[in-house]
Design a protein around this ligand. Structure first.
Ligand code: NDP
Length: 445
């Protein structure tokens, strides 16, 4: 490894020891970009890597809200404004009890390179809270979102920082936060993406990440003369990304045989019935354990074992570090040919290495799940132009963007990586080069 890269990594491991996910993401990125640093000794003088490994700004605040029993509750929240070299900060807001500042730093770093890969003028950011929306009433969720925005609104703006959804934050939560921003600023501007269609949202934004994941995976499969047709697919999660990935791969001829939530998974050999699953998850906000109620499939407790279900293609679409070495071994044993990440960093580093060493095609999240932020970028353009593109137009643009992302990832892998199919290294390098050039041109600040 390049000595400058090694030094930055060693310092980071000491300084951020309490942020293991951030170190994990940073280590993967720094290791990948080492050959680029070899060619650019000027980056060390400009302390470019030290700059990139430190967010530009983190806002940390409390969120008081009143539950349905009239009791005041307090949650913690953050917005990590990570890097604005390429454009305004852009990245989702996550509500989950596991959220810490370190989680959001890792997500914001990933987002910075992902947004660069899209070719759109978007910087990187991420926000969230340890609030748990499960089991809360609509009124509680609304009060929480409004209170969060009472603090966060002053740091946002259509040209400054434009959040979106993520785990636990869908159209309902985005609507409540956007509504409160509008009240406080008395301005109707595109300060959020993922909004409802009736108030400036983009066609296809809910579907974009899952559809984009399918398009990029399709491009990757093509390199080995394969497609989704007649393939068995396992998808973890049953949220926004997972459900629309399932819909698109089924349209492309695959059979989705298993899906999960954080409690367990269902196997349906005839193919997951998506209308029923959407009703359960989006309308009833119910657990996946209820899937067999209509006489379909079988439910198993424990989400980790989903990777033991035999499949040709696996799409981890739930959360970080959900696919470990044990899962990767089960997938390889059952003959998987491709793993493509819908979630952010769902595959542990040892699992990635194992998959790649066993000839499995691997697409990292920062490339494979970039469809969501790409359509968010299109939503921002539509908002500032005060117009709305059709579903068909957005779908064509999304398809083109995903093809272009795959091409640039492939090109970087062929140029720099020991293995030309190492798309993990390719994605890190392709994203890094764009951010690094913009930072250097702006005085590496
Ligand atoms: P949702 O909240 O809609 O769905 C998340 C799904 O993952 C749910 O089924 C949830 O189960 C499951 N899940 C969450 N946490 C865990 C956990 N700790 N262990 C096991 N399962 C878990 O989120 P999204 O679909 O929006 O996001 C999923 C992933 O995709 C995240 O990594 C996110 O960062 C990433 N992503 C999302 C984008 C988007 O456009 N929404 C864009 C790019 C990336 P349960 O209901 O039981 O909690």
């Amino acid at each position: 490894m390049n000595p400058y890269v090694q030094k930055v990594l060693t310092d980071l491991e000491k300084r951020c020891q309490h942020e293991p996910e951030f170190i994990q993401a940073a280590r993967l990125i720094l290791t990948s970009v080492s050959p680029v640093i070899d060619k650019h000794p000027e980056y060390e003088k400009a302390a470019l890597l030290e700059s990139l490994m430190e967010p530009e700004r983190i806002i940390s605040f409390r969120v008081p809200w009143i539950d349905d029993q009239g009791k005041t509750q307090i949650n913690r929240a953050w917005r990590v404004q990570y890097n604005s070299a390429i454009g305004p900060y852009k990245g989702g807001i996550r509500f989950h009890p596991s959220v810490t500042m370190g989680t959001l730093k890792f997500l914001a770093l990933e987002q910075t390179l992902k947004n660069a890969l899209t070719g759109l003028p978007l910087g990187g950011g991420k926000g969230g809270s340890d609030f748990n929306p499960h089991g809360k009433s609509d009124a509680e969720v609304m009060r929480f979102c409004q209170s969060l925005m009472n603090e966060l609104y002053r740091y946002l703006g259509e040209d400054t920082d434009v959040p979106a959804g993520d785990i636990g934050v869908g159209a309902r939560e985005v609507g409540y936060m956007f509504g409160q921003y509008k009240r406080l600023k008395n301005k109707f501007v595109g300060v959020f993406t993922g909004k409802g269609l009736s108030f400036g949202g983009s066609n296809m934004r809910p579907e974009a990440t899952g559809f984009g994941l399918s398009y990029l995976t399709q491009a990757m499969l093509k390199t080995i003369n394969q497609s989704f047709n007649d393939k068995r697919v396992v998808i973890s999660g049953s949220g926004n990304v997972a459900i629309y990935a399932a819909q698109k791969v089924a349209e492309l001829g695959a059979t989705v045989v298993a899906m999960s939530d954080s409690d367990g998974y269902v196997v349906d050999e005839e193919g997951i019935k998506l209308d029923w699953l959407k009703d359960l998850k989006f309308s009833q906000r119910a657990r996946i354990s209820r899937y067999p109620e209509m006489g379909y499939g079988q439910y198993f407790e424990g989400c980790q074992n989903i990777w033991t279900v035999p499949c040709d293609i696996a799409l981890p679409c739930a959360t970080q570090n959900e696919l470990s070495l044990v899962g990767a071994k089960a997938l390889v044993q059952n003959g998987v040919i491709a793993v493509s990440e819908g979630a952010n960093m769902p595959t542990t580093p040892d699992a990635i290495t194992y998959l790649q060493q066993n000839g499995v095609l691997f697409a990292p999240g920062k490339a494979a799940n970039a469809g969501g932020v790409s359509v968010s970028g299109l939503e921002m353009s539509q908002n500032s132009l005060r117009l709305s593109w059709s579903r068909e137009e957005i779908d064509i643009r999304l398809h083109d963007i995903m093809q272009n992302i795959f091409k640039s990832v492939q090109h970087a892998a062929q140029t720099y990586a020991a293995d030309p199919k190492d798309y993990e290294t390719g994605a890190n390098i392709a994203g890094f080069v764009k951010v690094a050039e913009a930072m250097m041109a702006q005085g590496a600040v």
